[in-house]
Ligand binder design. Structure first.
Ligand code: G4P
Length: 288
């Protein structure tokens, strides 16, 4: 783990900023990546968010394993959170998130009105580690209906608020938190979903890990994508490199397989999802 660091300075700043906003908001929309719903969830969120209502949104469900996505949703719901899984690239899917927030807060808003308070908009903030879809979500909302309201009590000038619907307001800047590299599994997973630069880890090790994981969990993908049957024995790693290079016609370098190009190719197919649907963790990784 020597090469892996996380960023206590950034984290402290993010924590301060989010704390300031927390007074203002009714609900935290916490985005996690459906391909690694545990590793992409910063445990420090709990300290920051405390008892605020929270909706956990598993993004990129189109790139993840549906069965595992369901299991993760059930797990988080068993902990008392509301959850939803989405493909933010779908035309109107982000609307489901708004609708779900309304459902989560229905009782609270009704109680306020029963106490004689004026009906008001729900106030929300989006949070998550890098690359989980925060800007995609906010931009879709903002492009559709960007009424910047700004300057509200408890909201500093630099923080802009978008009125997304008559009954819904959102900070236009998300709370960015950095992933916490608690252990090598988490570090690998967030590298594989592109939330940290993958070269924070030795790339050849990450390649071996990825191929081995896919072989054990989704062997059909390697067959379909690379006509690759991996037998995890002896010199399987070199055979994989050579095979992928051959199938994808990667030019040899000084007479040898160009390992760097093979690694680059595999990771690019993992990142853009062309490898197929992979979820990098199941419930067995949960620590109490
Ligand atoms: P961030 O603000 O949390 O850092 O994440 P951002 O919205 O920039 O999203 C990171 C990448 O993930 C973007 O791809 C975005 O399009 C993609 N993305 C977000 N949500 C989903 C989803 O539900 N499904 C899929 N398939 N992709 C999603 P990019 O390659 O960086 O940009 P581009 O493809 O939009 O040009």
């Amino acid at each position: 783990m020597a090469q892996i660091q996380w960023f206590p300075g950034h984290m402290a700043k993010a924590k301060r900023e989010i704390n300031e906003r927390m007074k203002w908001i009714d609900i935290v929309i916490e985005l996690v990546d459906a391909r690694a719903p545990y590793s992409s969830k910063n445990p420090m969120f709990n300290d920051i968010i405390k008892q605020k209502p929270r909706l956990i949104v598993l993004t990129k469900k189109d790139m993840a394993d549906d069965i595992k996505t369901n299991q993760w949703q059930q797990y988080y719901e068993s902990l008392g959170y509301s959850t939803i899984s989405v493909n933010l690239k779908n035309f109107n899917e982000y609307q489901k998130i708004i609708e779900k927030c309304r459902v989560v807060l229905k009782e609270k808003m009704e109680k306020e009105q029963a106490r004689g308070l004026k009906p008001r908009a729900i106030r929300a903030i989006v949070m998550g580690i890098p690359n989980v879809g925060k800007s995609t979500f906010i931009n879709k909302l903002a492009n559709r209906k960007a009424t910047i309201t700004g300057n509200k009590p408890g909201v500093t000038k630099s923080q802009q608020i978008i009125r997304v619907a008559k009954d819904f307001e959102l900070f236009d800047t998300p709370g960015v938190l950095w992933p916490k590299f608690e252990d090598i599994h988490i570090a690998r997973n967030i590298a594989l979903i592109g939330s940290i630069k993958q070269d924070i880890l030795p790339l050849d090790e990450l390649f071996i890990y990825a191929i081995e994981y896919i072989t054990r969990n989704y062997p059909d993908l390697l067959r379909e994508r690379f006509r690759l049957e991996v037998d995890l024995e002896d010199d399987w790693v070199l055979k994989c490199f050579d095979h992928i290079a051959r199938v994808r016609k990667i030019k040899p370098l000084r007479g040898e397989t160009d390992y760097d190009r093979v690694i680059e190719l595999l990771f690019s197919e993992i990142y853009d999802g062309s490898i197929g649907r992979v979820t990098w963790e199941d419930l067995s990784c949960v620590k109490d």
